[in-house]
Ligand binder design. Structure first.
Ligand SMILES: C[S@@+](CC[C@H](N)C(=O)[O-])C[C@H]1O[C@@H](n2cnc3c(N)ncnc32)[C@H](O)[C@@H]1O
Length: 208
């Protein structure tokens, strides 16, 4: 699919939700649990940020946040959320597979449910994400594992897009893996991610 096809696909999903937020307005549960890792003065990149629930929370914590997202409709909702919560986020409309990524520009990068790519694009995407973080900075990532295909409570249908612990260990070789956990939990994140879910969380620190 081309960038405009991806944009149209995701914008249609967000438009169909009307005034609702497809993934809710509360931050992702895993990210919310990492609250003590974020604070005033930090620069944070939130990629494929959707309707802003994660970037807005990070901005409320005092971080200077850049959020990329392909969907114009998601970005409109994100801007509304930020305005209503009285915070500023630098929202950037971008296809992150074709974006001039800043290099070593952020103290942290956040990648929550960005499993819209298969193995080739994922390798490329992870390399860009890793390069965007300064030495000593961290990446916070959550996605689904292949077990999710049995649970069907959200996420992509393509097994190749899902993460395993081994895959993430390989992708983050040379980084300090501070946290890597596969788990089943019930989540309620908007109408799109609801119920028992097979999740994997990663916190990795770039070598200083
Ligand atoms: C499952 S949603 C997760 C959104 C957000 N991270 C969250 O947790 O609420 C995946 C998001 O990726 C965005 N997306 C898909 N392809 C993209 C691309 N090539 N570049 C940037 N964003 C993309 C979609 O528009 C959608 O907002």
């Amino acid at each position: 699919m081309s960038t405009s096809d991806h944009e149209a696909f995701w914008s249609a999903r967000y438009r169909d939700a009307g005034d609702d937020y497809l993934f809710g307005t509360a931050p992702n549960q895993f990210l919310a649990a990492q609250e003590s890792s974020f604070g005033a003065g930090m620069t944070v990149l939130s990629v494929a940020d959707g309707e802003g629930r994660n970037s807005v929370r990070l901005a409320e914590q005092g971080c200077t946040v850049t959020a990329t997202e392909i969907s114009a409709v998601a970005l409109q909702k994100a801007a509304r959320l930020a305005h209503g919560r009285h915070v500023a986020v630098d929202f950037v409309q971008a296809d992150i597979l074709d974006w001039q990524w800043p290099v070593e520009a952020f103290d942290a990068a956040v990648a929550i449910f960005i499993q819209f790519v298969g193995p080739d694009d994922r390798d490329r995407l992870f390399r860009k994400l890793q390069a965007a973080v300064r030495p000593g900075g961290r990446i916070f990532l959550q996605g689904y594992t292949p077990k999710q295909l049995e649970l069907r409570t959200g996420g992509p249908a393509a097994v190749d897009n899902l993460y395993t612990a081994e895959m993430l260990r390989t992708a983050f070789a040379g980084w300090q893996i501070e946290h890597l956990r596969e788990h089943e939990d019930s989540i309620a994140e908007g109408r799109a991610h609801v119920g028992r879910s097979a999740l994997i969380d990663l916190i990795a620190r770039k070598p200083a």
